[in-house]
Design a protein around this ligand. Structure first.
Ligand SMILES: C[S@@+](CC[C@H](N)C(=O)[O-])C[C@H]1O[C@@H](n2cnc3c(N)ncnc32)[C@H](O)[C@@H]1O
Length: 346
C-alpha cells in the first residue's frame, strides 16, 4: 500500500547527503527504498527494523530512544508522523535537540492526523518553518532550527517514562505512551479474562506453558500468572516490550518477553495461547494481520494445546481459522466481543 504522506518524504531520504536521521513508524512497512549511507534510521517496530537491516540500512530498534544521540549532531531529521500524539511530540522535541543550528526537520502527514497543529507548535519551538499542501489533505512541513535555546517544547506526556497507568484488585499495570491503549485495560482483553476459568475448564489437561501473542503491556500474561506456568509474551512494538518487561519484573511471573512480529522466530510449542489480535496495521485496517496471527497461533500450538482469541464480533475469525485449525468455536459473546476457542483436534 502506497502512503501519500510518506511519498512526500521518500525523495528527501533518497537524496540526503548531510548527516540525516529518519524516524520510521509502523505505517512504513511497505516502504522500499535503497539504503543511503548518510541516513540512520530509528524505528520502534521489530519487523520494520529487520526489513530495513536486510535492505542494508543503518537501522536501530528502540522505543524512539534518542538519548544517546549528542545535541546538535544532525543536519536533517525526516519523519512521517505517527498515529499517537505523545510519540509525535516526543520526536519533534528530540529532533530539535539533535539538530545543528539551522538544521532542518521534515514532517508529513494528513490533516486528520493533526499535521497542521504539529506544524504550528513545532514552528514556535524551532523558530522557522513552512508548510505546503502536497495532495488533497496531505501536507509537507519543513522546520528550520533558528532558536538555539527554547522553552516551547511540545507536551509529550513524559513519553519515555514507564508509570502505573491503571489498576484492578490484583495488579497495578505499568505502561507508557506508545503502547496500544496504554492507559487503560482493553475491554476485549478484560472480557477474555472474565471468562478465563470457564475456558480453562475446556482444556484436556492442565497447560504446561503459555504464549501471550501481541502482549502489549502484558495484561493477559499477568492475569494468568496464578497458573504458575512459564509465560512467553511477545509483541513487535518496542514500547510494549519495555512495559511488559517491567510488569514481568514486578510480579512473580516466570517467563520471558520476546520481540517478534507475529511470533516469528519463536520455535517453542505452547499448551495455552491467548491473543487479542490487532486489526489495525499502521493507518489501515489490515485483514491480512488477523490471518498472520492465526497462522502464528497454529504453528506454535502444541498438539494437545488450546488457543483463545478475543475479537470484535464483526471479525469472521471462525471462518478464517477454519483454514488452519481443526476446530474453531465461539464459546462466549456479548454485544461487542466474542471468544473463539481454537484446537488442532476436537
Ligand atoms: C489489541 S492489542 C492487545 C494488547 C494486549 N494483549 C492487551 O490485552 O492489552 C494488540 C497488540 O498486538 C501488537 N501487534 C501489532 N502488530 C503486531 C505484529 N505484527 N506482531 C506482534 N505484535 C503485534 C500491538 O503492538 C498490540 O500490543
Amino acid at each position: 500500500m502506497s502512503d501519500t504522506a510518506f511519498n512526500q518524504l521518500a525523495p528527501l531520504i533518497r537524496q540526503a547527503s548531510g548527516k540525516t536521521l529518519w524516524l520510521a513508524d509502523e505505517n512504513l512497512l511497505s516502504a522500499r527504498l535503497s539504503p543511503n549511507p548518510a541516513v540512520t534510521v530509528i524505528t520502534n517496530r521489530i519487523d520494520l527494523y529487520q526489513q530495513l537491516q536486510q535492505q542494508g540500512w543503518q537501522a536501530q530498534f528502540s522505543d524512539y530512544d534518542l538519548s544517546e544521540i549528542p545535541d546538535q549532531s544532525f543536519d536533517t531529521v525526516i519523519y512521517r508522523v505517527s498515529k499517537e500524539k505523545p510519540v509525535v511530540h516526543h520526536l519533534i522535541n528530540e529532533a530539535f535537540r539533535c539538530l545543528k543550528p539551522e538544521g532542518q526537520m521534515f514532517l508529513s502527514g494528513d490533516k486528520s492526523e493533526g499535521i497542521k497543529s504539529y506544524f504550528s507548535k513545532a514552528r514556535k519551538l524551532f523558530g522557522g518553518g513552512e508548510s505546503s499542501k502536497a495532495e488533497k489533505d496531505t501536507w509537507l512541513v519543513s522546520l528550520a532550527k533558528y532558536n538555539t535555546g527554547s522553552d516551547d517544547f511540545l507536551d509529550s506526556k513524559a513519553y519515555p517514562q514507564l508509570r502505573v497507568c491503571c489498576q484492578d484488585e490484583q495488579f497495578e499495570y505499568w505502561s507508557k505512551p506508545g503502547v496500544f491503549g496504554w492507559d487503560k485495560v482493553d475491554k476485549g482483553s478484560a472480557y477474555l479474562i472474565e471468562h478465563l476459568d470457564n475456558f480453562l475448564m475446556t482444556l484436556p489437561e492442565p497447560p504446561r506453558n503459555a504464549l501471550d501473542l501481541g502482549c502489549g503491556y502484558g495484561y493477559l500474561s499477568l492475569n494468568i500468572s496464578s497458573l504458575g506456568i512459564p509465560v512467553t509474551a511477545t509483541d513487535n512494538n518496542a514500547a510494549a516490550l519495555l512495559a511488559c518487561e517491567r510488569n514481568f519484573e514486578r510480579y512473580p511471573l516466570q517467563g520471558k518477553v520476546v520481540p517478534a512480529s507475529c511470533a516469528e522466530g519463536i520455535s517453542e510449542k505452547f499448551d495455552l495461547i491467548l491473543c487479542n489480535p490487532p486489526f489495525h496495521a499502521g493507518f489501515s485496517v489490515d485483514g491480512d494481520l488477523t490471518d498472520r496471527f492465526l497462522k502464528a497461533a497454529h504453528d506454535r500450538l502444541s498438539s494437545r494445546g488450546v488457543a483463545c482469541f478475543v475479537t470484535n464480533l464483526h471479525i469472521p475469525l471462525e471462518r478464517k481459522a477454519a483454514a488452519c485449525f481443526h476446530q474453531a468455536e465461539c464459546i462466549a459473546a456479548n454485544g461487542n466481543f466474542k471468544l473463539v476457542r481454537l484446537t488442532h483436534k476436537t
